[in-house]
Design a protein around this ligand. Structure first.
Ligand code: AVI
Length: 308
């Protein structure tokens, strides 16, 4: 589906919604980088502090050689500690929908880690994928794969989407595969709400950027100062929700249609699910994986789990 079709569907629904995947144009990705540097945004720094320990201990759970496959190759900040410490990782397959980003990222890493075989794969990582064949595997010697999905991006999927993603990943990775997954396990609601309502308003700008993007790409006429950012924790679903709330009654043009907003009506733009060890175990098991080991941050705000 195109951005336009998704916007037509979402904005004509009751309640209105837009997919968070549309946050990430160049400007949105820049705002997300700024979010990661905020004091209030605990997930990024907590995971970054945990990864060196994971990297130190990981090899004891791995076979002698593995190829690590990163789903949605982002900034490459998270893969580095693993590549520089693990002796078992011989190859790296970053998967991303954006070919340009992927090839730049792949080339940078190849320069830094000359012994590593880097083979980027362009594709939608939520679907099953045919992974590229590595030189390392040339004598038909198959090397087991280790999936890597850091950053608690799994939390932006509904539980059904998360299960589907984990199932598809298991199929793409093939027999004897393992999976290293970063998950937000924060339980303190005030801390969570603060992380998505930062004092500088960076998260608000990130959220509103979806309207900026629609104005530019879909010729809508959203007035940014007539919508407010709202992030609230939904206890029933254990997720923080982001919304854009219309401050007044108004109409916005989308294609040849008018979208009506009542005063106080919202567009639901993102969910970020927070897991407990028990809800996470149930989810991964329902997707065919077993928990092998958990590294938990001292604050318990974030976990890195190894699945097999
Ligand atoms: C990318 N994702 C894991 C972030 C999150 O925390 O759900 C996106 C984000 N939304 C608001 N702040 C950050």
């Amino acid at each position: 589906m195109s951005f336009y079709q998704d916007a037509v569907t979402g904005l004509n629904s009751q309640p209105k919604w837009l997919s968070p995947k549309y946050f990430y144009d160049a400007r949105g990705s820049h705002y997300f980088d700024l979010i990661c540097k905020l004091d209030e945004y605990y997930p990024y720094r907590t995971e970054m502090a945990l990864l060196p320990t994971v990297a130190e201990e990981l090899d004891q759970w791995l076979p002698k050689q593995v190829v690590i496959v990163e789903f949605g190759a982002g900034s490459l900040h998270k893969i580095r500690p693993l590549l520089s410490t693990s002796q078992a990782i011989r190859g790296f397959i970053p998967i991303d929908i954006s070919a340009e980003h992927l090839h730049n990222a792949g080339a940078t890493l190849q320069q830094e880690f000359a012994q590593l075989e880097v083979k980027p794969a362009v594709g939608d990582f939520t679907q099953t994928l045919q992974l590229p064949h590595l030189e390392l595997e040339k004598d038909n010697q198959r090397i087991p794969k280790l999936g890597f999905f850091p950053g608690s991006t799994l939390g932006n999927f509904t539980p059904d989407e998360a299960r589907e993603f984990l199932r598809n990943a298991r199929q793409s990775l093939g027999p004897d595969s393992m999976f290293l997954l970063g998950v937000d396990t924060q339980q303190d609601i005030a801390t969570i709400e603060r992380a998505y309502n930062d004092a500088k308003g960076v998260t608000a700008s990130f959220n509103k950027n979806i309207l900026v993007r629609m104005n530019r790409e879909l010729s809508t006429n959203f007035k940014l100062d007539q919508f407010s950012h709202r992030a609230i924790f939904n206890r029933q679903h254990s997720r923080i929700e982001m919304h854009l709330v219309s401050d007044i009654e108004q109409q916005v043009t989308l294609g040849d249609k008018q979208i009506r907003f009542a005063r106080g009506e919202s567009i639901h733009t993102e969910n970020s699910y927070k897991y407990t060890p028990a809800t996470l175990a149930a989810l991964v098991e329902s997707a065919g994986w077993q928990l092998q080991h958990t590294w938990q941050a001292p604050s318990a705000a974030f976990s890195e789990v190894l699945l097999h």
